[in-house]
Design a protein around this ligand. Structure first.
Ligand SMILES: NC(=O)c1ccc[n+]([C@@H]2O[C@H](COP(=O)([O-])OP(=O)(O)OC[C@H]3O[C@@H](n4cnc5c(N)ncnc54)[C@H](OP(=O)(O)O)[C@@H]3O)[C@@H](O)[C@H]2O)c1
Length: 295
């Protein structure tokens, strides 16, 4: 199959590397930066400089492809404001919608969205749970999904993978949370976060493209974890002080603590996860070294 990966950062590079090693597909990858062209060259058959919100550039990048995988995101690990999100996600999906009719060979569009689109939804959250995005960023991601869905037709499938928070090689969790040791934080930390390992994102996207999937799928692991437990376990495992939660009255439970993103569809479709739960959940609380006094 001929495939273009638009946006070759953490996930896009891992996906390109996986497909390139397999050698089963003809692959084009893209970057907005000249200085990355050489770095990406070993991962694909072609590398193209592309600003995805530019319809002409986008048409060229997708011209001979049968599938396009959109893995673009603004700013890498930096926090980006809503305008940055709009410029990346909305303008790109508008460009896609503007050019698809000129791309008869393009049979599938795959997009890595986020579980943040569910927003205020509570309880068990499935793919058909009504979206209630709370933050401007999440509303933009919802709007980007809606725009992409307008591209669906009898000849063109649209697959949207709603990802949990991604971790993996180079984006390990524990160092991020250990830096919070001993600090005071707002709230009670009871909100659940769903995670997904980078390699399971790669496996899920590979499956979606190779099966010609058309629809929505949550890509999250089996076991969401509260922010509090995650930070506590990370700090305890490193022998560090726990975090103090300002809103901890020991009695109330926030709706976010009851919200679980379901991966039932993923399981029903026969996908198995390489990392069904965070490794840190395999350690028993309290078995790490004793906390050291703060210096
Ligand atoms: N990270 C998470 O926890 C998380 C959670 C849920 C969903 N997601 C979604 O997962 C996907 C992959 O995330 P990631 O962590 O791999 O992102 P990443 O490492 O930040 O990579 C994204 C890439 O997008 C490219 N890009 C940015 N703006 C672009 C534009 N206007 N046109 C074309 N390319 C552009 C950049 O490529 P160059 O710098 O080479 O130009 C960048 O390397 C994204 O769609 C993201 O929204 C991520």
């Amino acid at each position: 199959m001929r495939i273009t990966i638009v946006g070759c950062g953490y996930v896009g590079s891992a996906l390109a590397s996986h497909w390139h090693q397999q050698g089963r597909h003809w692959l084009r990858v893209t970057t907005t930066r000249d200085e990355r062209l050489a770095e990406l060259a070993p991962l694909a058959d072609a590398v193209q400089r592309l600003e995805a919100s530019d319809p002409d550039q986008l048409r060229q990048a997708l011209e001979t492809s049968e599938a396009a995988v959109f893995c673009l995101a603004p700013g890498g690990n930096r926090q980006v404001d809503a305008a940055g999100y709009e410029a990346t996600y909305l303008r790109t999906m508008e460009a896609v919608a503007a050019v698809v009719s000129q791309l008869p060979e393009l049979r599938q569009l795959v997009y890595t969205s986020s579980c943040s689109v569910y927003g205020e939804a509570t309880g068990l959250v499935e793919e058909d749970t009504p979206l209630q995005p709370r933050e401007p960023h999440a509303r933009i991601l919802r709007d980007a999904e809606d725009l992409l869905l307008t591209c669906r037709s009898p000849q063109r499938r649209v697959a949207i993978a709603r990802l949990g928070a991604i971790y993996g090689p180079g984006r390990e969790l524990e160092p991020r949370f250990r830096s919070l040791a001993g600090s005071r934080r707002e709230g009670d930390g009871s909100s659940l976060i769903s995670w997904i390992h980078r390699d399971d994102v790669v496996a899920g996207l590979t499956w979606a493209v190779e099966q010609g999937f058309d629809g929505l799928i949550n890509l999250v692991d089996d076991e969401p974890i509260s922010v509090r437990e995650l930070i506590d376990r990370s700090c305890r495992a490193a022998g560090l002080e726990p975090v103090i939660w300002d809103g901890d009255n020991g009695t109330t439970t926030s709706p976010a603590a009851e919200k679980r993103i379901s991966n039932r569809r993923l399981r029903e479709l026969g996908l198995s996860l390489l990392h069904p739960r965070l490794a840190i959940l395999a350690t028993t609380p309290g078995t790490g070294p004793e906390p050291q006094p703060a210096t």
